[in-house]
Unconditional design. Structure first.
Length: 344
């Protein structure tokens, strides 16, 4: 069988350069005329003919920061909803809560495992996507339905197999169920998570109460979390008047360390924003689940290139993306592509 003309790197380069349209037809139009012409559906076949190897993401992630990605640092696990408001026949699309819209919307739910530094003093913190999963409300080909918590466990178990030894694992209250916390304890991982306001704890051996009824001191409060064991509880008032409850199984964690880690956790939100605005992760116009998953994988690999460029040059993801367009405009002006010529 002949080797495909279009490779994964071609699609990744298209994702990096594209500004608005991220469909396969637009990708085919970017092929240089001097090179061998490609079929109009070559990029579509790249996405849909077979599942791409997800290990490629991890292999490239190691190239960005080397073995440092495995030792120390902070592993953050969170999900985001990719908006698909008009997708009526697209696989993987279902209803999910969107933090952007503050309501349930149609979209694809993407779970990401990101590695970053634990401190906030670095002038250029690294944000490296290491693994991902796609939540599908339907069963897979084997008739098994995987929940978000199943994906959470699979991501962390895979991280352990790859030799990750982070200082902490951070995640939000959705994943703070007892089974997940016990898994982390079994993997010998320290965690930092938020708790829902109705979680039951025993602060003074007098009985269980909801965390929302407690007033933890600034240095934190050691309490017994029902079904799990001792955790240190921190509380934080948000600008909108809400009270957040943070818990960790590191009973010696200081308030300064907790604030530092809490600020670092927000880097995954910046990552999600950059992935959507710079890599077109929401804009794949393919219907099949295989095509969507392949697009997501290649978008994450495209983001890794932006991150590697940021670490090398100091340019933000957005500026690097804009520079590609500026260079194209400069080239067009140099060649006088749009010069007016007199008509007969």
């Amino acid at each position: 069988m002949n080797r495909p003309v279009i490779q994964e790197s071609d699609y990744i380069e298209f994702l990096l350069a594209a500004q608005r349209a991220f469909d396969c037809v637009s990708a085919a139009q970017t092929q240089p005329e001097a090179l061998q012409s490609v079929a109009h559906d070559a990029y579509t076949r790249l996405l849909t003919r077979r599942p791409l190897d997800p290990e490629a993401l991890w292999n490239e992630a190691q190239l960005v920061v080397g073995t440092a990605v495995q030792k120390g640092g902070l592993l953050i696990l969170d999900d985001t909803t990719l908006d698909k408001p008009y997708a009526q026949k697209m696989e993987l699309v279902s209803r999910h809560w969107s933090g952007k819209h503050k309501r349930v919307v149609w979209g694809i739910n993407l779970l990401s495992l990101v590695w970053t530094h634990t401190g906030t003093g670095e002038t250029m913190p690294v944000v490296v996507p290491c693994d991902f999963r796609v939540y599908d409300i339907n069963s897979d080909s084997n008739g098994i339905h995987h929940t978000k918590n199943d994906h959470f466990c699979a991501l962390l178990q895979r991280a352990k197999e790859r030799g990750f030894a982070p200082e902490y694992v951070a995640f939000d209250s959705w994943y703070s169920g007892l089974s997940n916390l016990k898994l982390l304890r079994g993997l010998d991982y320290r965690f930092l998570t938020r708790l829902k306001s109705n979680r039951l704890v025993n602060p003074d051996k007098s009985g269980l109460v909801e965390v929302s009824t407690l007033a933890a001191p600034p240095e934190g409060l050691v309490v017994h979390l029902k079904g799990f064991g001792l955790v240190r509880l921190f509380q934080h008032a948000t600008p909108d008047g809400q009270l957040e409850h943070w818990a960790t199984n590191d009973l010696l964690m200081t308030a300064h360390k907790w604030r530092e880690l809490a600020r670092s956790c927000w880097r995954i939100e910046s990552y999600h924003r950059g992935l959507k605005q710079c890599c077109g992760v929401e804009r794949a116009q393919v219907r099949s689940a295989t095509g969507q998953k392949n697009h997501l994988l290649l978008c994450l690999r495209a983001f890794l290139r932006l991150e590697a460029n940021r670490l090398k040059t100091g340019l933000s993801w957005y500026q690097a993306k804009a520079n590609l367009l500026l260079d194209a405009i400069k080239s067009a002006r140099t060649k006088h592509c749009f010069a007016l010529t007199p008509t007969a």
